[in-house]
Design a protein around this ligand. Structure first.
Ligand code: IMP
Ligand code: MG
Length: 187
């Protein structure tokens, strides 16, 4: 029996220029995993995945961390079905784990305006974790990472809307293995 074909987006006109290839992603995530392994040696960190965009990153990152760890999921929504932020962050699914005394790493897909992150930080800090750090796969060049207290960043990218590797437009393209610019047919 031949294996199932991998999802192909080759003929999709909305999939634009490649921003990050599968191997660039894998290489950088391996490095981030090593950094986190060193930073949390002797601890049992809790990785909090921000659904849904960070699911692919969390999956690969967690497997590059050579420590006992736990994962939990939180879901927020700020975009609805568009590529523009609505300016309002809404908690869609809360954590199951108690954060008290835990070393928490918030795992994000992309920090754009920082609105989502500010909301999440406030919400999680109020639960008395022993520590709280942010690890984001992508950050906009324009994002104030220092002000937002983002410790770990995979890649800094320009302003274009991107898709793939967990990132979506209206729930599409999350299963694409690389990250590409979204060529909006409406523009
Ligand atoms: P922020 O609140 O403006 O920082 O936006 C953060 C959230 O918006 C991310 O967690 C993503 O879900 C979404 N987002 C921002 N930019 C993009 C993009 O280029 N592609 C897909 N999702 C994005
Ligand atoms: Mg999203």
């Amino acid at each position: 029996m031949s294996p199932e074909p991998l999802p192909s987006f080759d003929d999709d006109p909305c999939v634009g220029r490649t921003v990050l290839t599968e191997s660039q992603l894998a290489e950088r995530i391996t490095e981030l995993g090593r950094e986190l392994t060193e930073a949390y040696r002797g601890e049992r960190p809790l990785l909090v995945c921000v659904l849904r965009g960070a699911y692919a990153f969390l999956t690969d990152l967690s497997r590059c961390i050579d420590l006992p760890l736990e994962i939990d999921f939180i879901a927020v929504s700020s975009y609805g079905a568009s590529t523009r932020t609505s300016g309002v962050v809404r908690l869609v699914k809360d954590l199951d784990v108690d954060l008290t005394g835990r070393h928490v790493v918030l795992v994000e897909d992309i920090v754009d305006t920082g609105l989502t992150l500010r909301y999440l930080r406030r919400s999680l800090e109020a639960r008395n974790p022993a520590s709280l750090e942010v690890c984001t796969l992508l950050a906009r060049e324009s994002a104030d990472l220092e002000g937002l207290g983002v410790r770990y960043v995979g890649f800094t990218i320009p302003g274009e809307f991107v898709i793939g590797y967990g990132l979506d437009v209206d729930e599409r393209y999350r299963n694409m293995r690389h990250i590409a610019v979204y060529d909006d047919p409406a523009v």
